[in-house]
Design a protein around this ligand. Structure first.
Ligand code: GDP
Length: 450
């Protein structure tokens, strides 16, 4: 399945000669393989279509970095797109955003939802145990499954095994009443978290959905976690969509990924519900619980983490080369508008000034000032102005006089004073560059660059 995807891609693409750039025909040939592999791995068709279109848009025209093959380049692009699709929207760095959100006055109500047999009760105990052991939370668990005779006892037994308190069982009590009693006990007895393990069915049914909606309205859960069995593939995707439509979920816990699970379910569920995969169940034991990491799962799907890092390194090296070329030009005082455009593009790629500055410690205040002056829009407009110049104008900005300025402004859809401002900025930058390069000359010479 997925493991073979990267092999297939290599097979197709490495026969192609390196042309420096990924052409449409190359990319389409590769994407045929991607499409088949994703479908075989149980990814839903609409999701596959969107995904392939996104990869195509990224890949066509992309420069193939020296020292890697076109196949490796496409794999990197597919990998990055997988990460993008799998990652929660608020997840900046990979760790933040994974796991549960407990930012709510205690006791935090957490609703566990899912079909019977999905691993809901086991997962409830796993999560409770981790919250207690790793985060020192006082957790209460309650089973709302009044249908299946042994369900409430099953949770009580898991409670005993893990040392997590469970709500005492009152025979005949309906689910909503149990939920309210659990929340009351949580408040009165000072619990941090109340986990409600709801009833499941073998398949979606309206009666169950009505019951769950009542429970939801009674406790207003802060997290509603859908527990889904990764082994059930496309069925799990339909279930997720149904739960999202009828009850509303905040995230997904995928169980049984220790089996012969196909990554496809994860990709589809994420895309179809718009909700993140938060946790993974990796076995029957109560400590077999993992946070979901988009990059790791994408790597697992492609089965080729090493290629991704190889391409990343090669890209860094190319950027380094360009930086060195620029340094040489700077020394000679040859910083022209092409160089300025290149710098701005680099800036955009790295997430704007805010992105770069955010990586440097202790620079928060300066960052705000700079952001105000040079946000993304300004960068985009500046690039548009440079783009409407002729190559000669870019090389020799001094020739840009009144009539040329009017033409350039019209081409970029800006005012003449914007063109003036840009030219002045360029002059300032060029002067600064010269100074910097003078200061750095000794250092550069030592590196054999002058
Ligand atoms: P529920 O009906 O949804 O509450 O499901 P249970 O929690 O009773 O789990 C059903 C079965 O799946 C049990 O035998 C669990 O031990 C098993 N199970 C749950 N999670 C996992 C998992 O992540 N991996 C594996 N291999 N088994 C799991």
């Amino acid at each position: 399945m997925f493991e073979k995807l990267s092999e297939r891609l290599n097979g197709v693409l490495d026969k192609l000669t390196k042309r420096g750039q990924l052409g449409e025909a190359d990319v389409d040939e590769a994407l045929r393989e991607v499409r088949v592999a994703l479908l075989e791995a149980d990814v839903a068709l609409p999701v596959v279509k969107d995904f392939v279109a996104a990869v195509r848009a990224e890949a066509v025209g992309e420069r193939v970095v020296k020292s890697v093959t076109p196949g490796q380049m496409v794999i990197k692009i597919v990998h990055d797109e997988l990460v993008k699709v799998l990652k929660p929207a608020n997840d900046a760095g990979g760790v933040a955003g994974a796991g549960l959100d407990l930012n709510h006055p205690a006791p935090v109500p957490i609703l566990m939802l899912g079909l019977q047999g999905s691993g809901k009760t086991t997962s409830t105990a796993k999560i409770a145990r981790r919250l207690a052991e790793k985060q020192g939370k006082k957790v209460l668990m309650a089973s709302l499954d009044t249908r299946r005779p042994a369900a409430q006892q099953q949770l009580a037994i898991l409670g005993e095994q893990t040392g997590i308190k469970t709500l005492p069982i009152v025979p005949g009590e309906p689910p909503v009443a149990i939920a309210k009693r659990a929340m009351n006990a949580g408040r009165l007895e000072g619990y941090d978290v109340v986990m409600l393990d709801t009833a499941g069915r073998l398949a979606i049914d309206d009666e169950l959905m009505a019951e769950l909606a009542q429970v939801r309205d009674a406790v207003k859960p802060h997290e509603s976690l859908l527990v889904a069995d990764a082994m059930t593939g496309q069925d799990a995707v339909n279930t997720a969509k149904h739960f999202q439509d009828k009850i509303g979920i905040t995230g997904i816990m995928l169980t049984r990924i220790d089996g012969d699970a196909r990554g496809g379910a994860a990709l589809s569920m994420r895309a179809v519900t718009g909700r993140p995969i938060k946790l993974l169940g990796t076995g029957e034991k109560l400590d077999q619980l993992e946070d979901f990491h988009a990059d790791r799962v994408a790597g697992r799907i492609l089965g080729m983490g090493d290629i991704v890092s190889l391409v990343e390194k090669a890209m860094e090296a190319t950027e380094q080369e360009e930086a060195e070329k620029l340094a040489r030009k700077m020394q000679k005082g040859q910083f022209d508008l092409n160089d300025m455009a290149q710098q701005l593009k680099q800036l955009q790629k790295m997430g704007g000034l805010g992105g770069i500055m955010g990586m440097l410690p202790g620079i928060g205040k300066m960052q705000k000032q700079l952001e105000g002056r040079m946000d993304e829009k300004v960068v985009g407009r500046t690039l548009a102005i440079i783009n409407s110049m002729t190559p000669k104008e870019r090389r020799l900005p001094d020739i840009i006089k009144a009539s040329r300025k009017t033409r350039i402004a019209r081409g970029a859809g800006v005012q003449v004073q914007d063109v003036n401002k840009l030219l002045k900025q360029h002059q300032e930058m060029a002067r600064m560059m010269k100074q910097v390069s003078k200061l750095g000359q000794k250092g550069l010479m030592r590196h054999g660059l002058s």
